[in-house]
Design a protein around this ligand. Structure first.
Ligand code: ROI
Length: 159
């Protein structure tokens, strides 16, 4: 089993319900256990501003799925949530990003791990810091260090 971290995001159609349901669906993936989940966090959109604020969270899973099989499962769950692949960086009902897969570095056509945006995104780093501050992102440093470097981005922990 490999420990992997999944980023969840939503800003359409009841984002809180989207995320809570997605956590249940992550727990139901084959060969996978949901170890724990962060709190939910709210932030204004990175990218185009003419869209609602986002809710984000992080799930830590243990999985026997290979990276691309895991990616297939994540895309299936996104599709089940009515994800429509519209404009680049537009609003979405559910976004599931494979952020980290053990300590592996993966550069394939469909999949880059660690996720390429990880070091610039407080809405990923803040909830990840809640779960695993000392976790090392291959080639970049610890979550705590990366999060400190993004501290000017506003992300609010809710509930
Ligand atoms: N902005 C925030 N705050 N949270 C997200 O999850 C998010 N996801 C995206 C883009 C459009 C880049 N902006 C985001 O895909």
């Amino acid at each position: 089993m490999i420990i992997a971290y999944i980023g969840l995001g939503s800003n359409l159609d009841q984002p809180k319900q989207q995320l809570l349901q997605a956590l249940d669906e992550l727990a139901d993936m084959p060969e996978t256990r949901l170890n724990r989940a962060s709190s939910l966090y709210a932030s204004s959109p990175m990218g185009p501003k003419d869209q609602p604020d986002y809710l984000n969270a992080i799930a830590e899973i243990s999985t026997g799925l290979a990276p691309l099989a895991l990616l297939d499962e994540l895309q299936r769950i996104e599709d089940d949530h009515g994800r429509i692949r519209g404009r680049h960086w537009g609003p979405r009902t559910l976004d599931l990003d494979l952020l980290l897969y053990g300590e592996q570095v993966i550069r394939e056509q469909r999949l880059t791990v660690p996720h390429p945006g990880i070091a610039q995104r407080a809405f990923v780093l803040k909830p990840l810091e809640e779960l695993a501050p000392r976790l090392v992102v291959p080639e970049l440093g610890t979550i705590r260090e990366l999060s400190a470097a993004c501290k000017d981005q506003q992300v609010r922990r809710i509930k």
